[in-house]
Design a protein around this ligand. Structure first.
Ligand SMILES: [Zn+2]
Length: 126
């Protein structure tokens, strides 16, 4: 498993796992300019890690027991509080805005229709 280290001013923080690193990005304590290293690698800017900020910007889903509102893992699961088998749970989706990072806009689904219309409308050139 990857261990991450984060340098903030002269202080080195770590090791943290990937999930904690994502939380730190979401919390704003790690930005694209923050120096990080993975295991024993050299220091590099967090923004250079492919897909890292994209992953942090993705929405996350939390699940809650419909009976007692305890936080549970993705169903099917057993609620740790009431011990009942859950086939579904209440889901809470959280969007994340990352400071100083703009995720690339996802292609719109209507694009293919627009392209198709353009093809139809544009006379063929030979
Ligand atoms: Zn429960």
């Amino acid at each position: 498993m990857s261990e991450w280290f984060i340098r903030q001013e002269d202080v080195e923080i770590g090791p943290v796992d990937g999930r904690s690193l994502l939380d730190m990005i979401r919390g704003g304590s790690v930005t694209t300019d923050t120096l990080v290293r993975k295991n024993d690698s050299a220091w590099f800017q967090a923004g250079a890690v492919g897909g890292l900020f994209e992953a942090a910007a993705e929405s996350t889903t939390e699940y809650f027991c419909p009976d007692c509102s305890s936080k549970v893992v993705k169903p099917p699961c057993i609620c740790p509080h009431c011990g009942i088998q859950l086939s579904y749970a209440r889901a809470k989706v959280s969007e994340h805005k990352i400071q100083g990072f703009q995720p690339k806009p996802k292609p719109k689904r209507s694009n293919s229709v627009q392209k198709w219309l353009q093809r139809v409308q544009t006379p063929r050139q030979k």
